[in-house]
Design a protein around this ligand. Structure first.
Ligand code: ADP
Ligand code: ADP
Length: 228
């Protein structure tokens, strides 16, 4: 069975407006795949991701995770973690506490929190920065903390919404490789949203190209970009 089934998903923000943000989106994702949703600004990528996270209601259609219908499951009961473009770190908390926060509110015990935070810090090279506040971090370091906060959840689905778009070109290049390595190591099923075709080509196991809320093409990077 597919890890993720998205069946005829539609999103209409405003019933008075006759256009959909997403129209008849159909996709099945296998366990461990790294899917990249790519397309121009406004094509519905973010909307799709937010519906999967439960931050936005699905107007019609069905979303299954491990065979379970998720449409009406509140975000807090979804074992899904999401990384945003703007990091969304808590400015008054240390790196450690930023990463631990989501586990604390889920009442995970302190020892387990400490194990997971230290493991994530090691994977992301944040060991020496645990006591810093976000304002004392570079852009790349902040984005690593945001990734760390997401991976400590050990969720079964990992959603990333343009996580690199605020970084300069050199850091983007470096973080692309780091995220790919992270995925190799953890193997978590991932959906990554970007408007950047290079990111899509270098990171995806499969690419989904969207335009005006509609899937145009689905395939491996080779199938999608290697024209004969
Ligand atoms: P992308 O992530 O590809 O840039 P979005 O999913 O953000 O695209 O937006 C898709 C469409 O839905 C756009 O036309 C956008 O204006 C519209 N949209 C996005 N969010 C909202 C919202 N909260 N209310 C109304 N329309 C929205
Ligand atoms: P709380 O914030 O809930 O009071 P504690 O401060 O008692 O939690 O810390 C619990 C665990 O988290 C300790 O084992 C400690 O090693 C670790 N810890 C907390 N803050 C930091 C930090 N800034 N850097 C490294 N480890 C930390």
């Amino acid at each position: 069975m597919a890890k993720l089934i998205l069946k005829n998903i539609n999103k209409q923000y405003d019933k008075a407006v006759n256009t959909n943000a997403v129209t008849d989106f159909n996709l099945q994702v296998k366990d461990g795949e790294f899917i990249v949703l790519v397309g121009p600004s406004g094509c519905g990528k973010s909307t799709m991701l937010r519906m999967i996270a439960g931050l936005e209601e699905i107007t019609s259609g069905e979303f299954y995770l491990d065979g379970k219908l998720m449409n009406d499951v509140p975000p807090s009961n979804r074992n899904i973690s999401m990384v945003f473009q703007n990091y969304a770190l808590y400015p008054h908390m240390t790196v450690y506490d930023n990463m631990a926060f989501g586990l604390k509110i889920r009442k995970t015990n302190k020892k387990e929190i400490d194990r997971r935070v230290r493991e994530a810090a090691e994977i992301l090279g944040l060991q020496d920065l645990l006591n810093r506040k976000p304002k004392a971090l570079s852009g790349g370091q902040k984005q690593r903390v945001a990734l760390g906060r997401a991976i400590v959840r050990e969720a079964e689905l990992f959603l990333m919404d343009e996580p690199l778009s605020n970084l300069d070109a050199k850091l983007r290049f470096q973080m692309r490789a780091e995220i790919a390595k992270l995925h190799q190591r953890l193997g978590t099923t991932s959906i990554y949203v970007t408007h950047d075709q290079t990111e899509a080509m270098t990171m995806a196991s499969r690419i989904v190209i969207m335009k005006d809320g509609v899937i145009q093409q689905v395939g491996t990077p080779k199938e999608v970009y290697d024209f004969p």
